[in-house]
Write a new protein. Structure first.
Length: 332
């Protein structure tokens, strides 16, 4: 095609491609391969050493992409083109090319620039990355964000930059662990079929009446210890029934199962019952694997349903029926 001056439309359709000699196909095939076959180890070595032109791996070169690159070069009247997988990669390649060109042209001048001047340029460049609006937003959002931002800023003044990054990451991780280790419990009060009113839990149990507690938080060891302290004390109550709603929690370890089994036994000692509802399948499997399911009672565990609060309603009806049967013999 180099011997002819083809028009723009023709270049769009045919530039960079030679019709397939075996089939005569005019369209460009789409090569959906990731690897290629080499005739000999020597050919593979020459290709990998960039001594011979050819395809090695589709992330580096691909026949379909090669046609696209040659076609773009022909349309732009360039010598070559390079296709990238994303716009950010294209921008980075263009930026690095500019930086490399500047270094080649002005590399000899850098040794004549004072280090203080270079540091000043770096400070000015870094200051453009500071966003007062973003800082104000983080400052207003939460006190933990304030402490993390202030501590990271101070560490950059007294420590090398790489250690300041470590301090910020460690501090953020510590704040996350501290916040996620706390559990919140609210009470769900029945307001009608499949209707519940959420309110703060007062902390007491009523004789012979189910109490529905919704647990908000993670179920790993630190949070479960906090849950154990927050669960209402069954001592002093007669036939207490507690329904724990665990909807959305999928992480449950040994500490969590121990807390649930211990509390179920404490309720059972007072003639009461622990019912779990909104239980996800991973949590049920953990209860079964640790033996806690048998100690709590499989009939007392209700799996999460696709309809919101459906398992809570089923657990409430089950608890009321259980209390009705319990009404005969006196509770402790």
């Amino acid at each position: 095609m180099a011997d002819h001056q083809y028009g723009f439309d023709t270049l769009c359709l045919h530039a960079g491609q030679i019709p397939d000699a075996a089939t005569g196909s005019r369209a460009v095939p789409i090569y959906q391969t990731t690897s290629y076959v080499f005739d000999s180890p020597e050919e593979a070595a020459s290709l990998f050493n960039l001594q011979t032109f050819g395809n090695v791996y589709s992330r580096i070169s691909n026949p379909t992409v090669a046609v696209f690159e040659e076609r773009i070069a022909a349309l732009e009247a360039g010598r070559a083109a390079l296709a990238t997988g994303s716009g950010m990669a294209a921008q980075m390649i263009a930026l690095l090319n500019i930086v490399a060109l500047i270094m080649l042209l002005l590399g000899g001048l850098t040794e004549h620039i004072a280090l203080a001047a270079l540091a000043g340029h770096l400070v000015v460049a870094a200051s453009t990355l500071i966003s007062p609006a973003r800082i104000s937003f983080i400052w207003r959002a939460s006190w933990t964000g304030r402490w993390a931002m202030v501590a990271t800023f101070i560490s950059t003044l007294v420590l090398p930059l790489e250690y300041s990054v470590y301090v910020g990451v460690a501090l953020s991780l510590a704040i996350y662990v501290q916040q996620s280790s706390h559990m919140m419990i609210t009470q769900l009060e029945p307001g009608g079929p499949h209707m519940f009113r959420e309110k703060p839990f007062a902390g007491g149990l009523r004789d012979g009446e189910p109490v529905i507690l919704s647990v908000h938080g993670n179920l790993y060891f630190a949070a479960m210890r906090d849950l154990a302290d927050r669960l209402p004390d069954p001592n002093g109550a007669r036939c207490p029934v507690v329904i724990l709603r665990l909807r959305g929690d999928t992480l449950l370890a040994g500490t969590g199962t121990t807390v649930l089994v211990t509390y179920a036994e404490r309720l059972r000692a007072r003639g009461g019952l622990l019912v779990l509802c909104g239980v996800e399948k991973p949590v049920l499997e953990t209860l079964r694997r640790t033996g806690a399911l048998n100690r709590i009672g499989r009939e007392n565990v209700f799996l999460a349903d696709e309809f919101l609060l459906a398992s809570t309603q089923a657990a409430l009806e089950y608890a009321r029926a259980w209390l009705a049967e319990k009404a005969g013999p006196p509770c402790p």
